[in-house]
Design a protein around this ligand. Structure first.
Ligand code: MF3
Ligand code: CO
Length: 250
């Protein structure tokens, strides 16, 4: 399957789904607090998605059971919301949401602190991961390559002593949640698929405070760090345009 470029009309539609994802994440972020369960986040998200007239993108995707992925502390991505998983002061939680509206997908993730007292080391992990996403976005210009995006993310992360996850990558997005190309958070400048006007990619650095290794739990979804160190995740959908990268999910 080749890389699909989008027309300006299609990108406008993706902006609408992107805006809904943002509104959902804002609503969920609002209720994050000690004592709240990840299933509470799920319920808030599902209600908001329906209210805004969209459909969840993750629920039913390869039989994934929920509208959100909620990944706490050493969980990297694809944590499944649960009533039993109650957030505690000092945790960090990644909230990843996808929706589809009028046939076009939006996908975005944030990682937020729980309560008011995360450690400086965790705050640095959140800051560096978010910054690395923006470094990747800046590199998403026509004429650059997917390797330029990955290299920009990787360089920022490793300069701060953290590591990028290799097993999961960003992706093209459009009329399907996952399209070509794959968008790794590591790479070599000038290598990989060339970025062209109309491409839309989801850039999603997953950054570990310790080593890069991850494994998947017996629930077949939840990816955790091999060494138990915390991990953060931020994601935006970005359109490659002749005027430079345009974030569709903010
Ligand atoms: N943002 C993630 C991704 O793009 C979430 C996918 S979860 C799944 O791959 F359930 F939909 F697989
Ligand atoms: Co994604």
């Amino acid at each position: 399957m080749a890389i699909v470029c989008k027309s300006s009309v299609e990108i406008e539609k993706m902006r609408r789904s992107g805006r809904i994802v943002r509104q959902v994440l804002d609503a969920v972020k609002e209720i994050v607090a000690p004592g709240v369960s990840t299933m509470d986040l799920e319920r808030t998200a599902e209600k908001k998605i329906r209210e805004l007239g969209a459909k969840p993108a993750f629920k039913g995707y390869y039989d994934y059971p929920c509208v959100l992925c909620t990944s706490v502390n050493q969980e990297v991505v694809h944590g499944i919301p649960s009533d039993a998983r109650v957030l505690r002061e000092g945790d960090i939680v990644s909230i990843d949401c996808g929706v589809v509206l009028d046939g076009y997908y939006g996908d975005s993730a944030i990682t937020v602190p729980v309560g008011g007292s995360i450690t400086p080391e965790l705050q640095k992990l959140l800051d560096v991961t978010r910054e690395s996403l923006y470094k990747g976005i800046e590199a998403a210009c026509t004429g650059n390559t997917v390797g330029d995006v990955g290299a920009a993310v990787q360089q920022h992360v490793e300069a701060h002593g953290f590591s990028v996850v290799r097993e999961f990558v960003g992706h093209g997005i459009g009329t399907r949640l996952h399209e070509e190309p794959q968008v790794p958070n590591y790479g070599v400048r000038g290598h990989g698929a060339r970025l062209r006007e109309g491409m839309v990619i989801a850039i999603e650095p997953m950054v570990n405070a310790g080593g890069p290794g991850v494994r998947v739990l017996d629930d077949k979804w939840t990816a955790v760090t091999e060494d138990g160190a915390p991990s953060a995740h931020f994601e935006h959908c970005v359109a490659v345009t002749k005027d430079g990268p345009v974030i569709l999910t903010e």
